[in-house]
Design a protein around this ligand. Structure first.
Ligand SMILES: Nc1ncnc2c1ncn2[C@@H]1O[C@H](COP(=O)(O)OP(=O)(O)OP(=O)(O)O)[C@@H](O)[C@H]1O
Ligand SMILES: [Mg+2]
Length: 256
């Protein structure tokens, strides 16, 4: 039986995933500051919206207005999709404080209380179902790290609860995980085993130049590329180069 896959829509990426992310997988998108995690996950969401697949984006680190503006900078205008009820941004950032926050439809006052966070996520999913007759296909939490920064012992539990909600509705997506520049892991052992996949984004100085690269560390339900690949962030978003393998210190072009 062939498994159903959700294409990321990020040029070059689906090739590394043998077609896309297996449906219902929750993938930890891990990396240091400025490595492109938010842009990667926003590009994934927008690609789905263009294809008619509803999505949800839970923002815990940036103002929802900043998320919309950042996406618009890449030409990804979310407004029409929000107006159609196909896309919901869940505001776990403002705590409902400020004029701009008053205009948000889905606000979680205290996202570290996972029960209320889950309630608002469900509310957004039902709003999309009522408006479109469809269940969201894609979802992102940016970032899950924010939910357990002060209590790492319950990180696994929080991630599993959120994963259950996503997969219960058949949502495929990314949980963004922030790691420090020097950290080799992906967000702690509890979390790393709880998720279905791990993609790590990196920024390294190679011969005096910063290079972006990514590696798929695990992906349940499929084979995947095992090498580290160069990628770029352009004005149109992320482009992954399947033919450019990075060996951390030098780049080797295997196919040109
Ligand atoms: N138009 C653009 N062209 C090229 N690079 C860009 C562009 N816009 C942003 N960037 C790069 O993307 C980086 C930010 O990416 P992003 O916000 O996705 O990072 P992040 O991994 O989410 O970081 P954090 O953990 O701090 O939230 C910037 O530091 C910059 O290097
Ligand atoms: Mg970010």
């Amino acid at each position: 039986m062939t498994i159903k896959r959700i294409e990321t829509g990020i040029p070059g990426m689906d090739e590394l995933l043998y077609g896309g992310i297996p449906m219902r997988n929750i993938v930890l998108l891990s990396g240091g500051p400025g490595t492109g995690k938010s842009i990667f996950s926003q590009q994934y969401i927008y690609y789905g919206l263009k294809k008619g697949e509803p999505g949800i984006y839970i923002t815990l680190e940036e103002h929802p207005v900043a998320v919309r503006e950042n996406m618009l900078n890449f030409g990804w205008d979310t407004r029409p999709y929000e107006e159609q009820g196909m896309f919901a941004i869940i505001d776990g950032f403002t705590g409902g404080i400020g004029r701009a926050a008053e205009r948000e439809r889905f606000v979680v006052v205290d996202p570290t209380d996972v029960r209320t966070l889950i309630d608002v996520i469900k509310e957004a999913i039902h709003w999309i179902q009522d408006n479109t007759g469809k269940t969201p296909v894609r979802g992102v939490i940016d970032s899950v790290t924010a939910l357990y920064l002060t209590k790492p012992s319950i990180a696994r539990n929080i991630v599993l609860q959120l994963k259950k909600v996503f997969s219960g509705y058949g949502i495929t997506g990314f949980f963004v995980s922030q790691v420090s520049v020097t950290e080799r892991g992906f967000g702690g052992p509890g979390v790393e085993h709880a998720v279905d996949g791990i993609i790590r984004l990196d920024l390294d100085e190679i011969n005096g130049e910063l290079k972006r690269s990514l590696i798929i560390w695990k992906m349940r339900g499929t084979k995947h590329d095992m090498r580290r690949h160069e990628f770029e962030i352009t004005d149109k978003g992320i482009i992954v180069y399947p033919d450019k393998v990075i060996r951390r210190r030098k780049i080797v072009v295997v196919r040109s």
